[in-house]
Design a binder for this molecule. Structure first.
Ligand code: AMP
Ligand code: ZN
Length: 113
């Protein structure tokens, strides 16, 4: 999508602190980290958010989770990290290209608020 921030990051039109990339997914550090380790994993396919997923997207979401867990291990967060997908402005979604947040490196309270 031409005017999508994360599509532009995938294309390299906007710089990012890349952690991983393959044909399907792209991972990079969040520009406004909410924890010592805070990165995003996104599919290269533009999908607006969790509510827009279709059956054909099931595999890519599974891959995002596996890639995210591998990066969390590399980033040495131990076994304590949080995985978040925000859906809709009311839940805090600000970029409408689906993304998985992974946060770690500090204690994380529950419920998240
Ligand atoms: P959300 O609020 O769930 O839509 O998350 C969007 C996330 O994207 C926020 O945590 C932002 O800090 C992050 N973000 C926005 N612009 C950039 C950027 N250019 N590079 C990296 N992360 C970004
Ligand atoms: Zn996009």
């Amino acid at each position: 999508m031409a005017d999508c921030l994360f599509c532009k990051i995938i294309k390299g039109d906007i710089p990012s602190d890349r952690l991983y990339e393959d044909d399907d997914v792209y991972a990079f550090r969040d520009i406004s980290p909410q924890a010592p380790v805070h990165f995003l994993v996104i599919p290269k396919k533009h999908i607006s958010g969790p509510a827009a997923l279709t059956e054909e997207d099931e595999k890519i979401i599974g891959k995002m989770m596996r890639v995210g867990a591998d990066i969390a291990k590399q980033e040495e967060v131990g076994d304590a990290f949080r995985v978040v997908f925000n859906n809709g402005a009311g839940a805090g979604q600000t970029v409408f290209h689906i993304h998985m947040h992974i946060l770690g490196g500090r204690s994380l309270s529950w419920p998240p608020g």
